[in-house]
Ligand binder design. Structure first.
Ligand code: ARG
Length: 661
């Protein structure tokens, strides 16, 4: 039951005759800030005042008179300027909870019109080890898929692996030039990743050498502009406040641009001097001056099905995938299909020809481009040298997915920095005839280190995901141990039990820390904080769940039996019971809100609020020591619903619970 959706439907017949576009008005039903006004508030009378030319209070009174809502609410009150206050009947809340407690799905209905939705997520480039950046797409995409599935949609989880790109050219080059056979035989993926990193460094060196003087020039220009702007600022008429504000804003923009150039120059210089200071590496930069071109050639040969390259690729790909699979297993991530970029290679030529035939693409400077009216630069679908691009593959992928699954929507859970790529991709796809399918880039921000910069190791590499998971489990083990040692009746876990709980808690911590952020924000990776027992953490949520199971264990309650017992009843007599009951009923709404624009943090917020409501209830209302038997049973049933809602909510986020903690 989505209460707000239900209230909306009740208001619809009253609001619809008044305006042509009732939706926006119906969206004005909100939970009240203050319980003394009731549970919900409908605020649409105020904006109607102007449109209808009548006082808002009068409109509100008329709306209330037309409302058929008796079964659900006590009689609605018009207050203040024209607010309509709604208080749900406690008996109605009880009745809904009765239904929820007997229902496997906690009263959440499946949608009546399920959609087919493809979720493109995780999608790492496989020849390099997974790093912290991959956590976001993987975890957010998984949570979105789980929530959509639970809501009743058909979901196809597709891991669009980068298994065909330049990184393979790098590895091929590395294998030819720097391979250590014995290391490769011992641990192929470690050796491949060493090769990848080595080649990356050498390429970075040459690219940075080229870039540095360009950036220095740009900085000089930027600083000159800044000096001019500062002079203009100083001679600006102080009385012209608006003008000054504008100038200041412009000044700040230029300053921040200069800062960006300076930062970039510093990091280019750091990179160069780190390599110059390393005798072996700097020697290699000398002996491999053309490495960037060579890597491109290797990639091109692979794409042209050169037998030696293709054979190598076929040999290393399964090894890379195995390595990635280990991480997925640890995180309990599954896909329905894993069609990497290589799968689409044979279709690319046809895609380009089709775009040309429809006059969507044309040659420009030797490259084949799709020009888009709303974009400065065209989308290149084939380079001058004949190579296809990331974008070409993405177009072929859309075509394939449409043929294969006729989806209603395709969601791409990818770093925000690819925003322009997806804007263009979607524009081209629409021109190409895929107008019906809803295409959406589910953007996310960056994982930052303590210094506010993208999370890196001291050596400047991005942090490996496996190592991070290990560290989180170790940190969780400490928390689990501390908690166990503090128990009144003494510790009750064996070392094995502690380890297995820490394993669940550690992995959950990383996921939850990520999911509890609005996906578009950057966040700072704080290991201590995310495994902590207190605060909005997975550990706290898991602890709340375990605490409830502990109540049942302590009271020797067979909760399954009680749940099914037809004579047991939920009664909401105390304010804390009613508040908890209402919060329990908001689960479906939280799910809908989290799915509206695919923001899992709205689910974590809901769960956190639920846990807080539960704490209040638990403080105010004795459960096992309740005075009367009816009361005790009712409270046990509430505890059970809270536990199941937390468990289900966490499951929808891909997080497991433990019965004891
Ligand atoms: N492999 C890409 C990367 O690591 C992400 C792919 C996202 N999905 C897509 N269909 N483009 O940047």
């Amino acid at each position: 039951m989505n209460i707000v959706a239900e209230l909306k439907e009740r208001f619809r017949p009253a609001v619809a005759p008044l305006v042509a576009d009732p939706e926006a008005l119906l969206d004005m039903i909100r939970p009240t800030q203050n319980v003394s006004f009731g549970d919900y508030q409908m605020n649409c009378a105020m904006p109607l005042e102007k449109r209808l030319g009548r006082p808002a209070q009068e409109i509100a009174t008329d709306l209330v008179a037309d409302l058929k809502i008796d079964d659900l609410c006590e009689s609605p009150q018009v207050a203040g300027k024209g607010f309509i206050n709604l208080k749900l009947r406690t008996s109605w809340i009880e009745q809904q909870l009765e239904e929820a407690r007997r229902d496997e799905r906690l009263g959440v209905l499946a949608v009546t019109a399920p959609q087919t939705i493809i979720v493109d997520f995780s999608s790492p480039n496989v020849a390099k080890p997974m790093h912290v950046g991959h956590i976001r797409s993987t975890v957010i995409g998984d949570a979105i898929s789980r929530m959509l599935l639970f809501r009743g949609h058909r979901v196809i989880r597709d891991n669009h692996l980068g298994d065909w790109g330049t990184q393979f050219g790098m590895i091929l080059y590395g294998m030819q030039n720097f391979s250590r056979q014995a290391d490769y035989e011992e641990n192929p993926v470690r050796e491949l990743s060493r090769l990848y990193r080595l080649v990356r460094k050498l390429m970075d060196y040459h690219e940075s050498t080229e870039k540095l003087p360009r950036r220095q020039m740009e900085l000089q220009k930027c600083e000159a502009t800044l000096t001019k702007a500062q002079a203009a600022r100083n001679s600006h008429d102080p009385a012209d406040k608006a003008g000054l504000k504008k100038t200041d804003k412009e000044l700040r923009r230029i300053e921040s641009q200069c800062r960006e150039f300076r930062d970039e120059i510093r990091s280019l210089q750091d990179l160069l001097s780190a390599i110059d200071g390393d005798v072996t590496l700097s020697g290699l930069t000398q002996t491999h001056p053309d490495i960037c071109d060579s890597v491109l050639r290797e990639t091109a040969l692979l794409h042209a099905s050169d037998p030696a390259r293709l054979e190598r690729w076929r040999e290393i790909l399964p090894k890379c995938r195995e390595d990635i699979q280990r991480t997925y297993d640890r995180l309990n991530i599954q896909f329905d299909v894993e069609l990497g970029e290589s799968f689409y290679h044979d279709r690319l030529d046809r895609v380009v020809k089709d775009l040309e035939a429809r006059d969507l693409a044309r040659k420009s400077d030797g490259a084949t481009c799709v020009f888009l009216p709303d974009f400065e630069a065209p989308m290149i679908v084939r380079k001058r040298d004949g190579a296809f691009l990331y974008a070409t593959t993405d177009l072929a992928t859309i075509q394939y997915r449409m043929e294969m699954w006729q989806p209603d929507a395709i969601l791409y859970v990818v770093d925000f920095r690819q925003g322009e790529h997806f804007d263009k991709l979607f524009a081209v796809a629409r021109n190409w005839g895929y107008e019906q399918v809803h295409l959406q880039h589910i953007k996310f921000g960056t994982v930052l280190g303590d210094d506010g910069r993208p999370f890196k190791t001291r050596a400047g590499d991005s942090v490996g995901l496996e190592g991070l998971l290990d560290e989180a489990v170790t940190a969780a083990a400490k928390v689990v141990e501390e908690n166990d040692l503090q128990k009144e009746a003494g510790p009750d876990f064996t070392p094995q039990e502690r380890a297995s709980i820490a394993n669940i808690v550690g992995h959950a911590a990383i996921k939850y820390a990520d999911l509890s952020q609005n996906r578009e924000s950057d966040y700072v990776y704080q290991q201590e904080k995310m495994v902590a027992m207190k605060g909005n953490t997975a550990t706290y949520m898991q602890y709340s769940f375990a605490r409830i199971q502990n109540i049942f264990a302590k009271g020797l309650i067979d909760i399954q039996a009680l749940r099914q017992d037809p004579h047991s009843k939920i009664r909401l007599l105390q304010p804390a019971e009613r508040a908890l009951g209402l919060q329990l009923l908001r689960f479906e709404q939280a799910l809908d809100e989290a799915l509206e624009d695919y923001r899992p943090h709205l689910m974590t917020e809901y769960l956190f609020d639920l846990a807080k409501n539960f704490s209040d209830f638990y403080n105010d209302c004795p459960v096992l020591r309740a005075e009367e038997q009816d009361e005790r049973i009712s409270r046990l049933l509430l505890c059970d619903l809270v536990g199941r809602t937390i468990g289900r909510g966490l499951e929808l986020l891909g997080i497991s619970v433990v019965d004891r903690m």
